[in-house]
Design a protein around this ligand. Structure first.
Ligand SMILES: Nc1nc2c(ncn2[C@@H]2O[C@H](COP(=O)(O)OP(=O)(O)OP(=O)(O)O)[C@@H](O)[C@H]2O)c(=O)[nH]1
Ligand SMILES: [Mg+2]
Length: 392
């Protein structure tokens, strides 16, 4: 990655998956969806990309990716086999204001098809594995459809075409497991993202979360150590693609892409959540320290007041009583310190209201839920299915 170190406000997304699983199409259509703009029904959350201002990485790749999208939309060829890892980097805006930089890595066949990957390719891959906001695995729709068809059959009972499906699932899930073993060393808590691409081949998008959850449970990928999200996308629910003869596939009808912005947005939401959690901790730490000082001062003053009271009880002093006004002074000070302490307590409570990172994360998830109700899955660290809003 050379000079490409992750910036604070940057969300990295790594998409891994077998050859032809739909990674490049996902990268192209994901950026295109955001470049065209996305909004919730009430238009209170509008997400878009800044395609004019170069970012720290010089908005790398945006022109090629846009050109590729225009070609797909116009029915020209779909992308061919990716030969070299590509890193795309773009600024994400919410209601016109930049909230973070989104950087995605698209590698050829998740490195499986590359016979002899270069050192640079391996470095980029490991860098993303280590720093990504989400570790994304692409599972093509036909794999999920196949799994659904097997409906719990064990390998011994499968034969012919079923056995073929069984072996394909075996191969895919073992590959996911191998990559996860590597990720466990480099990034043991990064959440996982499973993207079901070509969902036109996998049936109804509302059913996909359940099938995906079953598959991940069966393969013990839901282990309780990481949060897991799952989403789906397609070039069109009734898309037709010509693959015969031509070197590159072409869309012949039904182009209506959906779901492609979700992986990018989930990565952005996760990054915002992590930054927000860190920010709130620091803010509250400072308030805690101020509160501790105030509590100590109150303690000292209260002790001084108690001491003076005892002193005042002696007969000799009672004749003069010059300290009486001192007690009043002390009481006043204790009162104002107590008020300052209460103010700090209120400030502590209000930290979450000032947490803009958290707000961005919540808004992004609210957009996803409004665009794809019930289609995005979230499983928490207790291995329970939860509402997407609870992902942060
Ligand atoms: N039916 C259908 N086919 C799709 C869809 N998306 C992609 N495809 C097909 O899958 C092919 C491969 O997609 P890519 O995005 O190039 O796959 P990849 O994962 O980048 O592949 P490599 O670069 O070889 O690793 C496309 O050329 C299309 O033929 C979809 O939503 N529906
Ligand atoms: Mg590719």
């Amino acid at each position: 990655m050379g000079d490409c170190k992750r910036k604070k406000n940057e969300a990295l997304l790594l998409l891994m998956g077998c050859e032809g699983s739909g990674k490049t199409v996902s990268a192209i259509e994901g950026y295109a969806a955001l470049a065209e703009g996305a909004a919730n029904p009430k238009k209170t959350i509008k997400l878009s990309l800044d395609t004019k201002e170069p970012n720290e990485r010089g908005t790398s790749g945006i022109e090629e990716i846009w050109k590729a999208h225009k070609q797909i939309a116009a029915g020209a060829a779909l992308p061919g086999k990716t030969k070299k890892s590509q890193v795309y980097s773009i600024r994400l805006k919410k209601n016109g204001e930049e909230i973070c930089c989104l950087t995605q890595c698209d590698s050829p066949g998740g490195l499986r098809s590359v016979e002899d990957p270069s050192d640079e390719q391996i470095n980029t891959f490991e860098y993303f594995l280590k720093h990504a906001a989400l570790l994304g695995f692409v599972l093509p729709g036909e794999l999920l459809a196949g799994y659904s068809e097997l409906s719990g059959k064990v390998m011994g009972d499968a034969s012919g075409p079923e056995l073929k499906i069984y072996l394909r699932i075996n191969q895919e899930m073992n590959h996911v497991k191998t990559l996860l073993a590597k990720a466990d060393e480099l990034a043991p808590t990064t959440p996982l993202l499973f993207c079901v691409t070509k969902s036109d081949k996998a049936g109804c998008p509302e059913d996909i979360p359940d099938i995906l959850e079953r598959l991940l449970r069966e393969w013990q990928i839901i282990s309780g150590t990481r949060k897991i999200v799952g989403c789906s996308s397609t070039l069109g629910r009734r898309v037709t693609i010509r693959t015969d003869g031509a070197s590159k596939a072409m869309i012949t009808g039904g182009y209506a892409p959906e779901g492609y912005e979700t992986p990018l947005l989930l990565a952005a939401a996760r990054r915002m959540y992590v930054l927000g959690r860190r920010w709130a901790k620091q803010e509250q730490k400072e308030i805690d320290e101020a509160m501790k000082k105030l509590q100590e001062q109150i303690k000292l003053m209260t002790a001084a007041k108690a001491g003076l009271k005892v002193y005042l009880k002696t007969k000799w002093v009672q004749a003069f009583r010059p300290e009486k006004y001192l007690i009043k002074e002390l009481e006043k000070q204790i009162q104002s310190l107590t008020e300052a302490l209460q103010e700090k307590e209120r400030e502590w409570e209000a930290v979450s209201k000032r947490n803009y990172y958290q707000k961005h994360a919540e808004d992004i998830l609210a957009y996803i839920e409004s665009a794809y109700p019930g289609e995005v899955m979230y499983i928490d660290k207790k291995k329970r299915r939860r509402k997407l809003q609870e992902f942060i």
